[in-house]
Write a protein that binds this ligand. Structure first.
Ligand SMILES: NC(=O)c1ccc[n+]([C@@H]2O[C@H](COP(=O)([O-])OP(=O)(O)OC[C@H]3O[C@@H](n4cnc5c(N)ncnc54)[C@H](O)[C@@H]3O)[C@@H](O)[C@H]2O)c1
Length: 362
């Protein structure tokens, strides 16, 4: 199998390094429109084939799959081109720049029985895996709420705001861990560097189960923060991706509500227990992600696979709704699933219906 990787700017080289390690240099083709970037990568990987055009690469029948690591505004076109040419596709996060485009890609892949996966890298992090295990064991009890912060100085993107860039990570982590998608969203935020593009956003999500979550993202912060907290009725969990000593911590803390001794007396006590910081073996999430993509192509993974097109679409629905809430002055926006269930036949024709409505903000 040969796999083409399109886009070798900031992020593509990380994918390239892992891809070469996974399948070998003779099975990789680099596609990049900048000859300078090609020259830089060819210096590191002299035996990897390259081209400046995806269309040319798709003429090669040996190329079975395409990885898209270009700016978000180009995802839909490049992914659709590859899918229509019968290739399996892994698209960097987020899947596309609008719900309409993302839904079209899902339908396109399902109609052709091709793998469509989205590079929600954190789903392949052993740290997030460990958190998912704790949740599945029920250690936290029923989840009350979650918070997630992703702050830094930069990196500003040319074609998208901070929600599409950074909240894509928090949304994917939370939706995966909670195994639920939000039903409504409300956003406040501000664009300071460019007035029409958000640099900072505070996004509030509501889930049908009653869970509420708050996601803060910023490109204008003095200090890098990567922090997610889940509070359950038994225990609480903190994930600090910058803490290599103990990135995941479980706090045995909570509120005890004893039966009132007298009518009207509700004395609360606070339970202060141990803090558990499990060892999480370091493994590069991108290596896991690419191995999963290849396993999906080879039919070794049960469906739904991790971070598939349908999951990526649900993330895009939340991103688009979050940005719309901001553009509508912070009003809550209801999030409707763009496609019906996972039955491919049922989703045919849905995209045409969607395209008629104003789902796309850009
Ligand atoms: N998963 C993660 O943690 C993570 C981190 C950073 C970026 N990303 C994602 O990676 C993608 C790329 O981001 P980036 O920061 O590397 O962007 P970038 O602008 O640095 O690089 C994009 C590259 O794509 C090339 N390109 C654009 N259109 C092309 C085309 N039609 N054919 C060939 N080459 C083309 C450009 O020349 C450029 O070199 C984005 O979707 C971004 O959201 C993901």
């Amino acid at each position: 199998m040969k796999i083409a990787i399109v886009g070798l700017g900031y992020w593509g080289p990380n994918l390239l390094r892992n891809l070469v390690a996974l399948v070998g240099p003779e099975s990789v083709v680099m596609v990049e429109q900048s000859l300078d970037r090609i020259a830089a990568m060819a210096g590191l990987y002299p035996s990897v084939d390259w081209s400046t055009s995806l269309d040319d690469v798709l003429d090669d029948d040996e190329v079975e799959a395409v990885i898209v690591a270009t700016p978000v505004s180009t995802h839909a076109h490049l992914a659709r081109t590859a899918l229509e040419a019968g290739r399996h596709v892994l698209v960097e996060k987020p899947l596309a720049g609008s719900v309409v485009d993302a839904a079209e890609l899902v339908v396109c892949a399902e109609e052709r029985d091709r793998v469509l996966m989205v590079g929600h890298t954190f789903l392949f992090s052993p740290r997030v895996e460990r958190m998912a295990e704790y949740l599945a064991e029920g250690r936290l009890g029923a989840i009350h709420y979650a918070t997630s912060s992703r702050l830094n100085l930069g990196l500003h993107q040319r074609d998208i705001g901070v929600i599409w860039d950074l909240a894509a990570h928090d949304f994917s982590i939370l939706f995966h861990l909670l195994d639920e998608f939000p039903v409504s969203v409300q956003t406040s935020g501000r664009g300071m560097v460019r007035a029409d593009t958000l640099d900072v956003a505070f996004v509030n999500l509501c889930f049908a189960s009653g869970i509420v979550a708050s996601v803060d993202v910023s490109w204008l912060a003095p200090k890098k923060v990567r922090n997610t907290v889940l509070v359950g009725d038994r225990q609480m969990m903190v994930y600090d991706d910058l803490d290599n000593e103990g990135p995941v911590k479980i706090y045995d803390k909570g509120v005890v509500k004893p039966d009132p001794e007298n009518f009207g007396e509700h004395q609360l006590t606070y339970r202060q227990g141990d803090v558990l910081a499990p060892y999480v073996a370091p493994r590069e999430p991108l290596a896991q992600e690419l191995a999963h993509f290849v396993d999906c192509i080879q039919g070794k993974v049960a469906t739904p696979s991790l971070s598939d097109g349908r999951f990526g679409l649900r993330v895009v629905e939340a991103l688009e709704a979050a940005e719309r809430s901001w553009s509508e002055g912070g009003l809550p926006v209801t999030i409707e699933p763009a496609l019906p269930g996972r039955d491919a036949a049922a989703s045919k024709g849905q995209v045409r219906k969607l395209a008629g409505s104003d789902h796309s903000l850009r």
